[in-house]
Write a protein that binds this ligand. Structure first.
Ligand code: ARG
Length: 463
């Protein structure tokens, strides 16, 4: 079917079958059938309202497009993979069903503005879905953080134990990143929400179309203001891939933490059996495959961004067929990001946090050394000297297998007369955390404010 081309008037030969396959995009753009039909319905309604086609034809087109939509949804109508693209397939199906009225649908329209419209609407729908998935993940992080306000752990720099924080504070760092991702998606959605239909092939049309009413019907905030740009702009695809790349970079970093944390070396968390896998040969293994896959898929999403930037960089105005290459790249980025965020959320929600293991690791790394130095500073010693004295104490502890908590007062005094009983309170880990009570600090009271702010964010973003 459909080896007869819509443009056959000018051509004397049929398309070579290899070129047909090479040219065709229906195998991947068929996923935009809902958008294609919605766009065509709005266009047909406008043509009828403007008297460009008859009211009867307009009504018949809309009714039949609805039937076609139902038939595709239910599987009754299979999308023909020999069609050139989804736009041609639906128009041909329409014409097969209602004849001349179907042939009138494409009046005052080109596939160039049609594909620009469909792609925009599809990306818009999927970005909104990803946005919702990210909001769910943030909610899960926030909820988990509520239960770990006093779960002391070491914060790291250079992957070396550095200073005491809490598990709540640690994971809320990721909530902060993800909240920025949500606002980036919001910005992208807002910027891209202008309708290109009416740009025609590139020079708009001589028919008295009404673009604004079509835009309103399709949920756009306005229309594109230059017909050449309208058909040749794929910034919204690139911007989406870029926003998804940043999101996936965050997901990848978070995944890396999960992978480290569930190793025997860290042993900070245990993944639920339903979200980890075993080995075919080593019976003791429980692997964090989900997190590894998310980390891997981030590379794939960056790849899509590179593909899109490279495809677009040398294209003169206006539409060129190169632009058909935008779809697989952005679809792949969308699919893999949505899947990654969704599965990661479940995995994170069901994992067990090993509070005691976090605490034990925190006790070993002298992460209260800064607090010991600060104690001396509060007792009149200049910071640089306090730093040196504490350094010597740490060296002594390492040699004698001691910690700042287990040193005797005599030992402390041998390093400085300024030490008194208060030092034990100063180096107590929870106390160290409690003392960091500035805005954005790890003290439970400060993190509580962070959680409030996050809940407020979720409330406004979900409404
Ligand atoms: N399948 C094409 C694409 O995705 C549709 C636009 C084709 N327009 C054209 N003049 N050949 O870009």
């Amino acid at each position: 079917m459909q080896n007869k081309k819509m443009w056959e008037g000018r051509f004397k030969k049929e398309l070579d079958y290899r070129v047909n396959d090479f040219n065709s995009s229906v195998s991947f753009d068929k996923r935009m059938y809902k958008e294609d039909i919605a766009g065509s319905k709005a266009h047909a309604a406008m043509l009828g309202r403007q008297g460009i086609i008859s009211k009867e034809d307009s009504d018949l087109i809309i009714k039949t497009l609805d039937l076609i939509l139902n038939d595709i949804d239910s599987g009754k109508l299979e999308i023909d993979i020999n069609a050139e693209d989804i736009h041609m397939f639906i128009e041909a199906e329409l014409t097969a069903r209602i004849g001349d009225a179907g042939k009138r649908l494409h009046t005052a329209r080109s596939r160039n503005d049609q594909v620009a419209l469909d792609t925009r609407m599809y990306v818009r729908r999927m970005l909104s879905q990803i946005r919702k998935a990210v909001l769910s993940l943030i909610a899960v992080i926030e909820k988990k953080a509520e239960g770990h306000l006093e779960t002391v752990m070491a914060g790291y720099t250079h992957l070396q134990r550095a200073q005491p924080v809490t598990f709540a504070h640690y994971i809320m760092a990721y909530a902060q990143m993800l909240m920025r991702d949500v606002t980036r998606i919001n910005d992208t959605l807002k910027r891209m929400n202008v309708m290109p239909l009416g740009s025609g092939a590139l020079a708009s049309t001589t028919y008295p179309i009404d673009r604004m009413s079509v835009a309103a019907e399709l949920g756009f905030d306005g229309v594109t203001l230059n017909s050449i740009d309208g058909v040749s702009d794929r910034d919204f695809v690139i911007e989406s891939a870029s926003v998804l790349s940043i999101l996936m970079m965050h997901m990848s970093r978070f995944s890396e933490e999960i992978i480290l944390w569930c190793s025997s070396e860290f042993s900070f968390i245990e993944l639920d059996d339903a979200f980890s896998t075993g080995s075919s040969i080593m019976p003791q293994k429980k692997n964090p495959d989900i997190a590894e896959l998310v980390r891997g898929k981030s590379g794939r999403v960056y790849g899509s961004l590179m593909t899109l930037l490279t495809v677009m960089k040398g294209i003169p105005l206006a539409y060129n067929k190169d632009m058909q290459e935008d779809k697989e790249a952005i679809f792949d980025a969308i699919d893999n990001t949505l899947l990654s965020v969704t599965v990661f959320t479940e995995m994170f929600d069901t994992m067990t946090v090993k509070v005691n293991a976090l605490r034990r690791a925190a006790e070993k790394g002298f992460i209260n050394a800064t607090d010991c130095a600060d104690y001396l500073v509060k007792n009149g010693i200049p910071f640089r000297d306090a730093y040196k004295i504490t350094g010597k104490i740490i060296a002594y502890c390492i040699d004698n297998d001691k910690t700042l908590e287990t040193l005797t007062m005599e030992e402390y005094k041998s390093f400085s007369d300024s030490f008194g009983e208060g030092v034990y309170k100063a180096v107590d880990l929870l106390n160290c955390v409690n003392g960091r009570n500035v805005i954005g600090g790890p003290a439970p009271s400060a993190v509580k404010k962070q959680l409030e702010n996050c809940k407020e964010f979720l409330k406004t973003q979900n409404s």
